[in-house]
Design a binder for this molecule. Structure first.
Ligand code: FAD
Length: 512
């Protein structure tokens, strides 16, 4: 059970509530203001899904964390995003899945690669083999609530505008001139990341070639008439729909006339004009709830870490939303980084552990960028790409092709490079049955886990960081696995000495 704190928005202090354990970290800044001693362990810029997830992961290890969010209010748009299998598994690993499921709609896992309508193959390797459609603001709220329940402090209306780092920490400057001190700073501040720009980290890639208008508005025609008109458009582009959202409101997506200034929101007139161009009618759209535009720029940060400052989520990579992967990728970055940064702060991290964050996650982002590039080509209306799309659609009838593409989109095919070993090494382990219920139920505290069918191995001096479940009934093909806090297999075997070497590699020196 964890200590619970909530941030009091009227002050910079935290208010303590429902305390159940003794070792309560003091999250309050010193009364004298910023001096050279870090007042926080980690400051996170940005409370989007990535920042909120990272804050929660850090709090599992009692790290003093402050999240600074530029906006005072939650996002106004109600974009439905898809949580894919791996993200749903992460939610299950932290006891959040039931909460998230209450707010979403389950859909089949297949049909997301370039919107090619093929069902998922039988027997995907997951106990959570579906997609969940959830409004993005709801995901953000749930993750922020989770972080705050665990004791993270979140301050809204506080933009990071500058920082300086030295050997001991980072001094972070806010828009109102306040200066705060922490040991590490993580930029989770989105695609236009201030932190990344101030770090001087390059963001090479391709600029937007196309833009898409997206919004919610009322429509002046009856639903049947709209459906008939949309169905009557031959050669409709893939980036075009009018879908009823409830209460007379429609979700409208239409290609923009060109590539403009995305800092400027589009107008209702822009939507009308583009609807007329594509459909010959503007459908009488009126009374917009929100209007936005997005592009297909594809970029990857050259580095994810410079000294004590790190990048995660859209701050480190951007790509078109095809396949619905960006939020998933960011939340999974946070899941990879959280325990490593916490280990560094708690003092038990092996020397190179923090470097594995970039080594593991940057290639994953590289691959997502590539698959979105491919998907964008497959969505083109040109005859060549249309022919390739027809061919791929045919090839997806082969189970292995379909499976490979779904494993990419859902991120369950990821295998980190941990060196030589069985195929399981570096992969995530599915939520298998164990004698105490489900495996993921044992990972809520974000600790390592030795799952031991031999029932004779031990975690010895690492028991303060790693749990041990001796269970000869566990549904495993190998005698024993060591799981990292992110559920990836760090070792498989049955030899105690070999296990100890791997415990040192991932969890540092054993306690004396
Ligand atoms: C149309 C569309 C559909 C999409 N659909 C999907 C989908 O189905 N599935 C999916 O996985 N992804 C989807 N995405 C992508 C997804 O929305 C993003 O990848 C995700 O929001 C990234 O999360 P983040 O936390 O890294 O960044 P953001 O969500 O951008 O959050 C960054 C936060 O940082 C704050 N901030 C910025 N600057 C500062 C500063 N200087 N100081 C403090 N705070 C700051 C911002 O206010 C914001 O709250 C879609 C995107 C679009 C455009």
């Amino acid at each position: 059970m964890h200590s619970q704190f909530t941030a009091d928005p009227s002050s910079n202090d935290t208010v303590e509530r429902d305390l159940t354990v003794g070792d309560v970290p003091d999250l309050r800044p010193p009364a004298s203001g910023a001096d050279r001693a870090p007042m926080f362990d980690v400051i996170i810029a940005g409370c989007g899904p990535t920042g909120a997830m990272l804050a929660a992961e850090l709090r599992l290890h009692d790290v003093r964390v402050l999240v600074l969010e530029k906006e005072t209010e939650p996002k106004s748009f109600v974009r439905i995003v898809g949580l894919h299998i791996r993200s749903l598994e992460l939610m299950a690993m932290r006891g959040l899945l039931e909460r998230v499921l209450r707010h979403g709609r389950r859909r089949p896992a297949g049909g997301f690669f370039a919107a090619i309508p093929k069902p998922a193959p039988e027997g995907l390797d997951s106990a959570h083999a579906y997609m969940l459609g959830v409004p993005q603001p709801v995901i953000e709220r749930l993750l922020e609530e989770h972080a705050v329940e665990l004791g993270a402090q979140v301050r809204h209306g506080r933009a990071v505008t500058g920082f300086e780092q030295d050997d001991e920490g980072v001094t972070v400057e806010l828009a109102d001139g306040e200066r705060l001190r922490s040991r590490y700073l993580v930029g989770c501040d989105g695609g236009r990341s201030t932190v990344r720009k101030l770090l001087g980290v390059g963001f090479p890639g391709e600029p937007s070639r196309t833009e898409t208008l997206m919004g919610e508005m009322e429509v002046g025609l009856p639903q049947e008439e709209i459906a008939a008109k949309v169905a009557g458009i031959r050669e409709a582009p893939h980036r075009f729909w009018l879908r009823p959202f409830g209460g007379g409101v429609y979700s409208v997506v239409v290609p923009a006339a060109g590539v403009g200034d995305r800092a400027e929101p589009p107008t209702l007139e822009d939507f009308k004009q583009q609807l007329r161009t594509i459909a010959g009618t503007d459908f009488g759209v009126h009374s917009p709830r929100w209007l936005s535009r997005f592009g297909d720029a594809t970029r990857l940060a050259e580095r994810y870490r410079v000294g004590r400052v790190l990048l995660a989520g859209d701050a480190a990579h951007i790509h078109p939303p095809t396949g619905g992967q960006g939020l998933n990728l960011g939340v999974q970055d946070a899941f990879n980084l959280g325990w490593k940064l916490a280990a560094r702060i708690r003092g038990w991290a092996p020397e190179t552990l923090l470097d594995t964050y970039q080594a593991e996650r940057r290639p994953v982002a590289e691959e997502v960028l590539d698959n979105t590039r491919a998907q964008m080509e497959l969505l083109s209306a040109e005859p060549g790409p249309r022919a390739v799309r027809r061919l791929l659609t045919e090839l997806m009838d082969f189970d292995e092709v379909n499976r490979r593409l779904i494993e990419k989109i859902t991120a369950i095919g990821i295998r980190y490079d941990f060196g030589e070993g069985p195929d399981l090494l570096g992969r995530r382990l599915r939520d298998i049955d164990v004698k105490q219920g489900r495996l993921y139920g044992l990972l809520h505290r974000g600790r390592g886990l030795l799952l031991d069918r031999t029932e004779r191995l031990t975690v010895g001096g690492w028991s303060d960081r790693v749990d041990h479940l001796a269970d000869h009934t566990a549904a495993l093909d190998v005698p024993c696995v060591l799981l990292r806090p992110d559920g990836h297999v760090a070792w498989a075997g049955d030899d105690q000495q070999d296990l100890d070497d791997h415990l040192s590699r991932w969890f540092g020196e054993p306690a004396g």
